[in-house]
Design a binder for this molecule. Structure first.
Ligand code: HEC
Ligand code: HEC
Length: 328
């Protein structure tokens, strides 16, 4: 080490106490800490003490000291939750007493339902149907944000889709038709979507029994969700090979391992049974209000969503995609 440095150190060290330690000529001094630093140290010590007294802190044999404020994370959470619920309660009460058409006609209620359904939809439905019902193309989940419906877009039909789930079934035709026939039918489906007349194709369509499920006009049958083959909206794809694939392997036909899968899960079995009983009563000209729900329902109960949640989602989905008229 250079000599000048050593002498400078020596000059300074005259004013402060010396610890008496020295290594290789370097002496350890005993400078006091700066005032501002010490003050912050004392202050933080004080804060620790205050927190120790007010909040749960010291570990004891059974849990910890409680603190004067009686604060716990759980009570804070419960208080926040209670506050949110208190704000929602009047809406929820009003909502439960309203019918779906009444909610649709009440803008304030509609705003409330839309806001809370967004979360419900995100948690339970968006994984398949996409955010806001805009299903990702090519994944074979129907878009809910348009006015094209497989199973109908009235609120009753949408509610039934959600409560009971859906599973369209189309048999595989590989083996029961020649390659040529499959190609001809594929061409017929594509021509129909382009409004091109294909008489030979139409004859084959009738002969092969496609009309039983897709209708004489190929516009589909709502009860079985066969979809419209004459429009440009595709359930799977309008590509020649893809249409051909559907005809060959069908949909949800488990006898064919290559079949397309399209399963909408059931969310509330009890509600589904109730809705069916209601529809039957109406069909038989009975007053559905006279039904005794508890006697109608027997069997296992799947309730992955409550009736109230399904009612909200029905309204939400109906609003998403130009829903159809309210009564079937
Ligand atoms: C596991 C994937 C999946 C989930 C989760 C799911 N769906 Fe579906 N959903 C489907 C499929 C697949 C179909 C079409 C069924 C078919 O083709 O027969 C469908 C059909 C529907 C339909 C009928 C559409 C029409 O055009 O008639 C509605 C309405 C619907 N879903 C609403 C919902 C709602 C609301 C939720 C959330 C509670 C939900 N879905 C959750 C897969 C799903
Ligand atoms: C037993 C009833 C049934 C029969 C028979 C049937 N289909 Fe289907 N088909 C369906 C259903 C249901 C769907 C919709 C499945 C879904 O979305 O889950 C469908 C879907 C399709 C699709 C897909 C449409 C799209 O938008 O992607 C094509 C194409 C099709 N059918 C053509 C045919 C042809 C051609 C025949 C005659 C060889 C036929 N189907 C016979 C019930 C049937």
């Amino acid at each position: 080490m250079a000599d000048e440095n050593n002498s400078a150190d020596e000059n300074q060290s005259e004013q402060v106490s010396d610890t008496g330690h020295s290594w290789d000529g370097i002496r350890e001094l005993n400078n006091p800490c700066p005032r501002w630093w010490l003050n912050s140290l004392y202050l933080s010590g004080l804060m620790v003490l205050i927190y120790l007294i007010l909040y749960p802190s010291l570990p004891l044999i059974n849990g910890s000291s409680k603190g004067l404020l009686g604060w716990t994370q759980m009570t804070e959470y419960k208080e926040d939750l209670a506050e949110i619920e208190a704000r929602r309660a009047p809406f929820e009460k009003k909502f439960s007493a309203m019918t779906v058409p009444e909610v649709l006609a009440d803008q304030e209620m509609l705003n409330y339902v839309t806001a809370s359904s967004k979360v419900l939809f995100g948690d339970n439905c968006a994984a398949c149907h996409g955010v806001g019902g805009q299903a990702v193309e090519g994944l074979a989940y129907p878009v809910l944000a348009d006015d094209d419906w497989l199973y109908g877009g009235s609120t009753d039909q949408i509610m039934m889709s959600i409560a009971n789930g859906r599973q369209g079934e189309m048999p595989a035709h590989e083996g029961s038709m020649t390659n040529d026939e499959v190609n001809q039918l594929t061409q017929f489906v594509i021509d129909s979507s382009n409004a091109v007349l294909n008489e030979a194709g139409k004859a084959l369509y009738m002969e092969q029994g496609c009309y039983v499920c897709h209708g004489n006009d190929a516009k589909g049958i709502t009860e079985i969700g066969s979809g419209d083959l004459t429009d440009k909206l595709w359930r799977f794809s309008g590509d020649f090979e893809e249409v051909r694939y559907t005809i060959l392997h069908g949909v949800n036909d488990n006898s064919d391992p290559k079949t397309r899968q399209a399963i909408m899960p059931q969310w509330n079995e009890k509600l589904a049974v109730m809705l069916q009983a209601k529809a039957n009563a109406i069909a038989e000209n009975q007053d559905p209000r006279m039904l005794e729900w508890n006697k109608v329902f027997e069997g296992d109960e799947t309730e992955r969503l409550t009736e109230s949640d399904i009612k909200k989602l029905t309204i939400y989905v109906h609003q998403l995609g130009g829903g159809q008229s309210l009564s079937q």
